[in-house]
Design a protein around this ligand. Structure first.
Ligand SMILES: [Zn+2]
Length: 307
């Protein structure tokens, strides 16, 4: 088998910080797992495996929790799109345009930003909803409390698990791929979503691009990858009663002004997906796109009112 070794692999995980081989899918618990061609670490070897059921890819050895805790607490922690308020606001406006008709002006929309860092996306969404005369309350769950201010509620993951509050909008951007228990977390978030509420999940989606350079997977920070095939299979397998609103390539994370080359590459990679999306709209086909080599994926679903 080919080992896609790169010069970036020096930031590996030592053997005594790796757990035993993964025997069951960390999303859906299926035990039929197929080795992939991509090795994210050469020594000791760590490669990707694919679940036969939900089609998620994951590493075949997880780092121990203590290793990841140290990794995240001893290095600079940056949330999703925190470097670009303009891109964050653009995403928030797109989300607001989809969800705003769900409530009357008499309710306070409860927004959860799971793993949201400083809560920038949730703040922008709340601001966008305000333009439609909707009030909202933001709760941020993360391992580190940033400069949140008094208007946001901050909970650690343990505090979040200990409470029973439910939410109207759940944002989960660039988080799930970092978790050792992504399936449990997705199921838990779905259970905390009110009927008629919305769940947004964004994650990397490299597809076959990982063969070109395994370091793009971003091990050991990223432990899994899941995209179009996953979103067709996982929600029904878990009994989610959701309407698919988006399942498509995410917009580029970089801006032309600050990172021109990265932005051009991202647009070039995602172009076939945007073409697919346009054709699907024109032909009134399913909203679940399939073209996978896009770099990033986003899913937006609405929990139906009946269970
Ligand atoms: Zn699975």
């Amino acid at each position: 088998m080919r080992c896609a070794k790169t010069k970036d692999m020096q930031d590996g995980v030592p053997e005594d910080s790796l757990e035993e081989p993964v025997r069951a899918c960390i999303f859906c618990s299926t035990t039929v797992l197929t080795p992939c061609r991509t090795f994210v670490q050469e020594s000791p070897p760590v490669r990707l495996i694919m679940c036969s059921e939900c089609k998620a890819q994951m590493v075949d050895h997880l780092p121990q929790r203590e290793f990841l805790d140290k990794l995240y607490t001893e290095s600079e922690y940056v949330g999703f799109l925190e470097g670009s308020q303009r891109l964050t606001r653009a995403l928030a406006r797109r989300l607001a345009s989809e969800v705003r008709a769900s409530w009357s002006t008499s309710v306070v929309v409860q927004i959860l930003d799971y793993g949201g860092g400083s809560g920038s996306l949730a703040r922008c969404l709340a601001a966008a909803l305000t333009e439609h005369e909707l009030r909202s309350q933001v709760t941020v769950v993360d391992i580190i409390s940033g400069e949140l201010g008094d208007e946001l509620t901050f909970l650690t993951p343990d505090e979040f698990d200990a409470c029973t509050q439910t939410f109207d909008v759940i944002l989960c951007s660039a988080v799930i791929e970092h978790l050792r228990d992504p399936g449990f977390r997705l199921k838990n978030l779905y259970s905390r979503l009110n009927a008629g509420g919305w769940i947004y999940v964004r994650s990397p989606q490299l597809g076959g691009l990982k063969i070109l350079r395994a370091s793009w997977f971003r091990w050991p920070r990223h432990l899994s990858e899941f995209g179009p095939a996953f979103w067709r299979r996982f929600p029904p397998a878990m009994g989610w009663n959701v309407e698919f609103v988006w399942s498509r390539a995410s917009r580029p994370e970089t801006e032309w002004r600050t990172r021109p080359i990265s932005t051009v590459v991202a647009i070039a990679l995602k172009s076939p997906s945007f073409l697919e999306l346009g054709l699907r709209r024109m032909l009134r086909l399913s909203k679940g796109c399939r073209y996978p080599w896009v770099g990033g994926w986003e899913f937006l679903g609405r929990k139906r009112a009946t269970t």
